[in-house]
Design a protein around this ligand. Sequence first.
Ligand code: HEC
Ligand code: HEC
Ligand code: HEC
Ligand code: HEC
Ligand code: HEC
Ligand code: HEC
Ligand code: HEC
Length: 486
Amino acid sequence: MPLLLFLIANVCAPCHPAIVKQYQSTGMARSSGKLAGTTMPATVHDPSSGATYRIGKDHRMEFERGPVQGNRMLEWFIGSGNVGKSFLFGMDGHLFQAPVSYYSAAGKWDVSPGFEGKRTIQLTRAVEPGCLQCHASAAQPEGGVSCERCHGPGQKHVVSGKAADIVQPAKLPAAHRDGVCAQCHLTGVARVATSNRKAGTFRAGDLLSDYLAVFVWDTPEAGELSATSHYEKLAASKCKQASGDKLWCGSCHDSHREPAAAEKAGFYRERCQSCHSQKPCSKAAANSDCASCHMPKGATRSVDHVAFTDHSIPRKPLPAAAPAAKRALRPFLPAPAGARETALGYAVAAMTEPGVRRQAYELLLKAPRDVAVMAQLAQFHDRMGQEEQAMALCEQIVAIEPDHPAAAVNLGIYRIKRGRTAEAIALWEAALKRSPAMTGARMNLAVALMRTGNREKATAALRQALRFEPDFEPALRLLRELGATP
Ligand code: HEC
Ligand code: HEC
Ligand code: HEC
Ligand code: HEC
Ligand code: HEC
Ligand code: HEC
Ligand code: HEC
């Protein structure tokens, strides 16, 4: 594994040296950074694409599939390695996730989560801002989760040393307090940025529901766990339901410190007994490992490939239940969700739950229209074969946001079908400038350029597509037809 160098100068260190030092060993503090030192060489064979990836000592990732080969330098990591690590490389001013990751439990590299089953070499997955919002503190994947993510801006306090000038999460009202951890630890079925959100981004101390609507199913499947389901699970526990605002993540976790393996059982037992001392467990000794029976590790629902701790604190382990035949979304945060947010939540849910497609469509029709709503609606119309409606929406979006990737790409398709090739080319070029890795759109662009007789630009577009998807057969074939090499 890469050697980690933790050299970030911390402005809090002069006055809080013990906390700063302890915090540095947590997973959160080490959750992203620049690769340094050397790594153990490794080889991964991806059975679905047939590609082979080789990781060199110097973090060079080579890929090979038949005659197609190349390499990228891995520059950054995401994930402390407690569970695993993903790796990033840069291209054209964007950061992309490597198709292979390191898995700690298995002690080996394998195909990255979400890349399983792909037919080609995918160098197309841009990571920003998504991953960095939770694994870093700024636009660069460096330094992990900083003090300020939980304590808010520190400039004033650093000078004054006054308690009033800094956020102490445990002292906040419950909804504000819970938002500090939920900004990263709560994903639900859909996370939708609210339209009426205050200027700027969420900071510790704010009310998270002013920025974000998070939706969950009203009848969750028992046993479902994922990397960011701790909130939903805890909310379903008897402990939380019976003790209300008193119980939160901070009741059991010390944000600055992870207990060592040997002290874990005692560390969490003490937390349980702060509430359960009156009536000891009828099935266990007072000094037993409470969490081993009541918070078992379970498999995750998603491709997260690891076991997570069941935060629903069951009396006895529950068998996994099948999902309810008909389920609805409900907002999770303690604030009502608007019609726009609800419609967008359903639109996200519909991608994996066909049963709610109709409802998503109807809610979108009624929702106040902005770019996000129109973009979803356009896709629904497109899939339903209602091209005129889809096209009208794409036109409205592009009038507001000329390089909106989905709208510009689709509008380009409607344009070229109607023989308006020059317009299609302009739309695709704008979209690709913003999102360079859309290889399908790049392919369309190349075909359109060929039709206008611009072989040179067509060849360049195909070569661009192959930088992001090197074994993309349609692009390779067209290049051969043009008598050019990749
Ligand atoms: C110049 C010294 C100094 C620096 C630098 C400093 N602090 Fe403090 N901090 C203090 C002192 C003194 C207190 C105790 C204040 C009190 O109890 O009135 C404190 C208290 C706190 C508290 C508890 C507040 C409360 O309501 O109980 C937090 C949280 C905190 N600091 C976080 C930070 C963070 C985060 C940083 C870096 C961004 C930082 N501090 C930098 C001196 C400092
Ligand atoms: C800025 C995003 C962010 C915030 C805010 C945040 N976490 Fe985390 N947390 C993470 C990430 C990312 C990981 C996984 C770190 C890794 O291993 O790479 C994590 C891991 C953890 C872990 C596992 C142990 C560890 O340190 O890796 C615990 C426990 C945890 N967080 C508790 C909390 C609590 C409690 C709060 C609120 C007081 C909180 N977190 C706030 C992002 C965040
Ligand atoms: C909404 C916040 C959020 C987003 C977005 C997010 N993660 Fe995470 N991720 C987490 C949290 C929280 C954990 C810790 C889970 C745990 O330990 O239960 C985690 C864990 C991980 C881990 C395992 C770290 C370890 O403990 O060793 C990796 C690797 C990882 N994420 C990669 C990514 C990548 C790559 C992306 C972008 C494609 C991403 N994550 C997006 C919150 C997030
Ligand atoms: C994941 C969220 C999180 C991060 C990151 C974090 N803290 Fe805290 N911090 C908390 C919480 C929660 C409390 C309140 C603990 C309590 O009172 O139960 C706290 C309390 C404090 C306090 C006052 C109480 C005490 O223990 O002395 C200081 C000082 C502090 N943090 C400094 C820091 C510094 C410095 C950093 C960065 C090295 C940091 N924190 C990073 C969540 C966080
Ligand atoms: C903030 C207080 C609090 C903490 C901390 C807490 N619990 Fe609870 N828990 C409760 C309350 C209140 C109930 C409901 C009344 C009861 O059964 O005592 C409960 C109920 C339970 C139940 C019964 C669940 C059922 O379905 O009947 C179990 C088991 C349990 N807790 C285990 C734990 C364990 C293990 C821990 C530590 C990992 C823990 N609790 C931490 C307050 C808490
Ligand atoms: C009743 C106690 C309790 C509460 C409350 C609690 N946790 Fe945990 N948590 C645990 C225990 C026990 C573990 C397992 C620790 C281990 O094995 O290292 C754990 C593990 C984790 C992990 C590591 C990954 C995993 O699933 O094993 C994360 C992340 C985490 N908790 C986040 C949270 C968040 C976020 C909250 C608030 C929504 C929260 N926890 C509330 C007891 C608690
Ligand atoms: C060996 C597994 C095991 C361990 C360890 C364990 N429990 Fe339990 N606990 C159980 C079982 C099983 C039940 C359900 C008993 C029943 O339904 O008859 C239970 C029930 C409970 C209940 C519900 C009230 C009751 O007694 O029926 C609470 C609260 C509880 N446990 C808390 C704890 C705490 C706190 C610890 C740590 C000091 C702990 N348990 C350790 C297995 C365990």
